[in-house]
Design a protein around this ligand. Structure first.
Ligand code: GDP
Ligand code: MG
Length: 439
């Protein structure tokens, strides 16, 4: 973000918790910085609210200070808002997959069509066809043909005197006949959204029934990018977005707003004029770019990882000593989100990852809440010493958790078996473990 924010954040003192005051100051700076990065006002408001909810009273991880903890929360929230994971191109169940490129003039539609066609060719040996449907500028058709020649992809065109709807109809027929697996429709754009353009695009959509309506939008246009995306989405129903010109000096705040306002995933980013300058969009990389705090984020990631590893190590030690109790079990369950499910933890044990006996180990997250409720109904002494759980105490747990007694019994049985198994495995007795799993 800005130098000012960096200063505000690094100025916070090292304390165990994120305080109200820490938050107020940091959030004010973050808010200004996001607006500065051209993130839409409403989106900023929602963003700040979410961060405040998550950061208030949050525990500061060992090795971090409150400022870094806030950056970590801000980063996570950004990643969440941008959709967490990379999203790939839609694919038709039956060829051809039709990709319609839409967007304002100069956004990079034609270039991106060429980049994508090349990528599909290189990665999947695809046989795309590109349709030249921008008839308003003679140069547009020439540009697509030149591109096609460079990447050895055929271009279908009928010059500038045919209605683009007819061109698309004829191009689609040709693609079906030639069994092309991808079709790119290079549609026209305008300097601004207007009704004639939208009508033409809606007609083309009806004719070609695209699997992907890809909005190409220039990241440098800041706030306008969001309005553009909203306009195209309302009228056409976008399925994907490519954000271009990220090789420029923009922070990329548009990514945050566009995704939030349209709900449409950003799938690719253009990073230059060359045909290889197209990358899959990764929300975490974009968040780091918008924040501009790569070093701090690297530190946070490292600290988080070390913390998780330390916790896992401690759990492992307790299991080995056979002193794993219901408190550990609870901690374990609460960490599932960070650490991955129990079955993954088991697989972290050397030699266990590929053990076929573990294939069937599955803990349904739905059951987690029930298990937790049962543990919460235990007294501290019972949690520390599961042997105390006599039948009458188990009935009390069942009533307390609102679960049937058989479930309580099953859970305790499984807990004891797991404990025995883990201790056995960790003390090197693999055979015993396999026996148990087989049973
Ligand atoms: P269209 O009107 O939407 O089809 O846009 P074009 O594909 O013709 O692109 C307009 C201009 O933007 C061209 O000069 C492209 O080379 C350039 N361009 C497209 N994508 C990028 C990008 O990711 N980075 C940079 N620097 N230039 C780009
Ligand atoms: Mg074009």
């Amino acid at each position: 973000l800005t130098d000012r924010l960096q200063k505000a954040l690094t100025g916070l003192k090292r304390k165990g918790k994120v305080t109200e005051a820490d938050l107020r100051d940091s959030l004010r700076e973050i808010r200004l910085a996001l607006l500065d990065a051209d993130v839409n006002y409403t989106v900023v408001k929602e963003f700040i609210r979410n961060v405040r909810d998550k950061a208030n009273g949050a525990k500061v991880l060992e090795g971090l200070n409150p400022a870094q903890q806030i950056v970590s929360i801000v980063n996570d929230e950004m990643v969440a808002m941008m959709g967490e994971e990379a999203v790939s191109l839609n694919k038709a169940p039956k060829i051809p997959t039709v990709i319609m490129m839409v967007g304002l003039q100069g956004a990079g539609k034609t270039t991106t069509a060429g980049k994508l066609a090349k990528k599909l060719k290189d990665e999947q040996d695809a046989r795309p066809l590109m349709i030249a449907a921008d008839v308003y500028r003679p140069a547009a058709i020439e540009q697509l043909k030149t591109l096609g020649a460079q990447i050895d992809v055929p271009v279908f065109d009928q010059g500038v005197d045919v209605d683009p709807r007819e061109i698309v109809r004829a191009g689609m027929a040709l693609a079906r006949e030639q069994k092309n697996d991808y079709v790119f429709i290079d549609a026209a754009g305008r300097l601004q959204i207007d009704e004639a353009l939208m009508q033409e695009l809606a007609d083309i959509k009806a004719i070609a029934q695209p699997d992907e309506i890809m909005l190409v939008v220039d990241a440098m246009t800041g706030q306008n990018a969001t309005e553009t995306a909203q306009g195209f989405n309302e009228r056409l129903g976008l399925t994907g977005i490519t954000l271009t010109k990220l090789d420029g000096d923009t922070r990329g705040g548009a990514a945050l707003s566009i995704r939030a306002v349209t709900g449409t995933p950003i799938k690719f980013v253009g990073q230059g004029e060359k045909l290889t300058d197209l990358d899959v969009f990764y929300p975490d990389r974009m968040a780091s770019r918008i924040l501009g705090m790569g070093d701090i984020l690297t530190l946070i990631e490292k600290t988080q990882k070390e913390y998780d590893e330390k916790q896992a190590q401690a759990t492992m030690e307790k299991m080995k000593e056979n002193s794993f109790d219901f408190n550990d079990f609870l901690t374990q369950m609460e960490q599932v989100q960070n650490m991955g499910p129990m079955e993954d933890l088991i697989k972290m044990i050397p030699g266990m990852a590929n053990n076929p006996a573990l294939k069937n180990v599955k803990i349904d997250p739905k059951d987690m809440a029930h298990l937790k409720a049962i543990v919460y109904s235990m007294t501290p002494a019972e949690r520390e010493n599961p042997d105390l759980l006599t039948p009458s105490r188990r009935r009390r747990l069942a009533a307390g958790a609102g679960r049937p007694i058989v479930e309580v019994n099953r859970m305790i049985k499984q807990f004891n078996e797991m404990k025995k198994m883990m201790s056995s495995v960790l003390n090197g007795n693999m055979a015993g473990m396999e026996q148990m799993m087989g049973a």
